[in-house]
Design a binder for this molecule. Structure first.
Ligand code: PMP
Length: 404
């Protein structure tokens, strides 16, 4: 480690809470798909801050939207209206096909929002008895870190020591629609699902699963809520990952990329039949819907539409996935994904995915292990073929990938 890296990491270790164990690099600057550390070394960002930097670092159009807006108006709170948020709300509703949008900041906040709205909908509209509403999520999910959300988690580390958790939280195996059917009761408010599990290791559900879940939810008057925080906005090669399955959930949750990697912007979208349960003062956030975030999110949606990034992600990502899958390695169990959302699951006898991430880092490719034995790749959607090819070369070296 260079001196600047050492010095800064020592401060982080000495003064920061120990809730992260970052890889041994300290970044200083980013541009497009590249990051530079404090020693001046360059890295290819194949991680995009968990898909939040989907348009690359310092994208000129997003920077302009941010700085123009920051000079004019950044925050008033929602005690008043601002002149950016109404435009964003309309844009989100039109683009995604929902009647109402509720802006928040982080992904976890938007998930919490969806859970709160679903519960209130269950009491006021569905007629579930007070305090009995149930939320069903999937094993191996990741929806954030609030107390309710980790109450839904199957990951011991996320839960251990953080209880008690709210009642009415259930889980079913991901990909098993029969299990969902068995778990649904008259008190079920919502089924919360990631259309592709991200933190869980880039896990794709079996074909037809989401459609079957949607059908079950319709039959039993349960809200299907898709957490598209990581998968939405083109990551999977479609606008939403649910689009691959032709499913329109009752509600969707967006985050990460919606803020262009510049600031946290999230939203919960649903129709009036659900959102009608909210009254002024029921729910909110000082920063949710702020004009700065709204201006950036509007620029993000402009970029997505005008620069053809979704088609680009589909074409490059799927081609890259095919080429990786043609390679063989004794260290690799499976390579899977969709669009520019790709996971390499390591064989049981291989070193931990974290070690592979460290070896890639040393060679200038930024990736991250998930809490399963999976290396995840989610480069900015603006990545080019040459950069993916270079990643393949580095992967061949680190994971001993070879043409058969
Ligand atoms: N939902 C999903 C699917 C996520 O991947 C994440 C973050 N990894 C979240 C919610 C939580 O988002 P945030 O970290 O912004 O709270």
């Amino acid at each position: 480690l260079g001196p600047a890296t050492y010095w800064l990491r020592a401060k982080e270790r000495n003064f920061g809470a120990r809730n992260y164990a970052p890889l041994p690099v300290v970044f200083h600057r980013g541009e497009g798909v590249w990051l530079w550390d404090v020693e001046g070394r360059r890295y290819l960002d194949m991680m995009s801050a968990y898909s939040a930097v989907s348009f690359g670092h310092a994208h000129p159009r997003l920077l302009r939207a941010l700085t123009d807006q920051a000079q004019r108006l950044s925050l008033t709170s929602r005690a008043y209206s601002n002149d950016r948020l109404p435009l964003l709300l309309e844009r989100l509703c039109v683009l995604f096909g929902y009647e109402r949008a509720l802006p928040m900041n982080t992904g976890a906040e938007a998930v919490e929002t969806a859970i709160k709205v679903a519960r209130k909908w269950a009491y006021r509209i569905k007629g579930v008895p007070d305090d009995m509403a149930e939320i069903i999520a999937c094993d191996n999910n990741f929806h954030g870190r609030s107390t309710t959300i980790v109450g839904l988690s199957s990951e011991l580390q996320y839960r251990d020591g953080f209880g008690p958790f709210p009642a009415g939280l259930k889980r079913v195996p991901y990909g098993d629609a029969d299990a969902l059917e068995r778990a649904i009761t008259p008190c079920t408010a919502a089924f919360l699902v990631e259309p592709i599990q991200g933190e869980g290791g880039i896990v794709l559900p079996p074909p037809g699963y989401l459609a079957r879940c949607a059908e079950l939810c319709r039959q039993h008057d349960v809200l299907l809520i898709a957490d598209e925080v990581q998968t939405g906005l083109g990551r999977s090669g479609r606008l939403l990952a649910c689009d691959h399955d032709g499913v329109r959930p009752d509600g969707i949750i967006l985050g990460k990329a919606l803020g262009g990697g510049l600031l946290p912007v999230s939203a919960f979208l649903a129709d009036e039949r659900v959102m009608q349960v909210l009254n002024p003062g029921d729910h909110g956030s000082t920063f949710g819907g702020n004009p700065l975030g709204a201006a950036v999110a509007l620029a993000v949606l402009d970029l997505l539409e005008e620069e053809n990034l979704i088609a680009h992600a589909a074409q490059l990502g799927n081609r890259w996935l095919d080429s990786l899958r043609r390679l063989r390695s004794p260290l690799v169990k499976e390579i899977r994904g969709r669009g520019l959302f790709i996971g390499i699951e390591l064989a049981d006898h291989a070193p931990p995915a974290l070690t592979a991430a460290e070896l890639l880092l040393a060679r200038g490719v930024l990736t991250k292990d998930t809490h399963q034995r999976v290396l995840r790749f989610a480069p900015p959607l603006v990545v080019q073929q040459a950069e993916l090819d270079w990643t393949t070369e580095v992967l061949k070296e680190v994971l001993e990938l070879e043409a058969p």
